[in-house]
Design a protein around this ligand. Sequence first.
Ligand SMILES: Cc1cc2nc3c(=O)[nH]c(=O)nc-3n(C[C@H](O)[C@H](O)[C@H](O)COP(=O)(O)OP(=O)(O)OC[C@H]3O[C@@H](n4cnc5c(N)ncnc54)[C@H](O)[C@@H]3O)c2cc1C
Length: 415
Amino acid sequence: MATHVIVGASLAGAKAAEAMREHGFEGRIVLVGDERERPYERPPLSKGFLKGDEAKDKVYVHPERWYADHDVELRLAVTVTGLHRTRKEIELAGGERVGYDRLLLVTGSSPRKLTVPGADLAGVHYLRRLGDSERLREVFGRGGALVVVGGGWIGLEVAAAARHHGVEVTLIEPQPAPLHAALGREVGEIFAAMHRGHGVDVRTGSGVTTIEGADGKVTGVQTTTGQLVAADAVVVGVGVTPNVRLGEAAGLEVDNGIVVDERLQTSDGAIWAAGDVANAFHPLLDQQVRVEHWANASNQGTAAGAAMAAEADGKTTEPYTKLPYFFTDQYDLSMEYHGHVGRGGYDDVVLRGDPASGSPWLAFWLRQGRVMAGMNVNDWDAADAIKALVRSRAVVDRDQLADPSTPLPTPSPPR
Ligand SMILES: Cc1cc2nc3c(=O)[nH]c(=O)nc-3n(C[C@H](O)[C@H](O)[C@H](O)COP(=O)(O)OP(=O)(O)OC[C@H]3O[C@@H](n4cnc5c(N)ncnc54)[C@H](O)[C@@H]3O)c2cc1C
């Protein structure tokens, strides 16, 4: 009987194990992770769970007994320290080795650390794991002043959750607008205005030079524009880096993540990678893409598990072609984003509806008249039409796109 080993007891890892069983794989499945918790979803950690609205038992991917019920050996709190490809073995901290016929790397990503003086003071926090969110919830419960360093998704969601707890929040972002890299300046400024409207002091165009402290504890943040912002706590959200160390040390191809093909297979035919750590070839986008979002981890985990089960059965699966997708919830804004716009990958932004009105609205990022990505805000019905527009790569009528009183353009399929 074959053995499938999954490194990373993560969302992608749990979905892969599930897909293997659903696709009839009857061999041994070993799911190894270095966290104490069984696989859980991270989005609530900066939203409902952090706000105190969502219970802990809601964050897990599967109920506790699911693993035993599906004969999945779950090994938690164990770090995989080595990958020996010629022997087809992984090595665990402590020296134990586990052999595999097929291996899935779903090691995810880790927060990028701030390196300025004072970054190691007590009261400087990062948010990736369940325990981080539990700690922050306690911090927010005490009130006081919070500085959020970084206006990306994590920074903005943390700011919204902190405001929910009544904490005073200053957000520091070096770019001209929050979410600048993800959405561009135009839409980033809409998010900035929303946060200001909820009492966040959003300071763009300035970075952090030093974190000030007294008695080993943070007291404030010194900015590149010469301001000292008082703080009882700091949350740093300056992006993540993929956890490639295992794959890299074992000689797999690594370039902004573990490089995989459209079936999520690495340069070693017995090894797959999925989720945040995988830089996968996307047939529709015709390029390698690494996506750091929930749906990608879930869907690629499922796809990799299915591919591994199929191969064990002498078959192959279809390439992974799902559009990149992500979502956020901040205050009373819930949005979904479909598509992919690389750096400088758009030349026009079209808004449909008025973001200041409080009504649902849409945004589109276009290149040469084609919709590269679209976003629906508080409007779930538009999602399918947006996806169809992105997939079609058709040139669209800009005026029709912008006019909420007309239907969204329906593209004819690409020739
Ligand atoms: C607070 C927060 C909020 C988020 N909100 C959203 C959202 O609203 N929308 C959205 O689309 N996305 C969101 N995301 C992103 C989404 O959660 C990630 O894309 C997703 O978790 C990636 O899953 P993964 O399975 O690829 O890896 P990860 O979740 O990173 O899990 C990888 C696991 O592997 C473990 N591991 C790594 N190396 C080893 C090793 N050598 N040995 C053993 N174990 C190892 C890690 O510790 C970790 O447990 C959020 C992320 C965070 C942190």
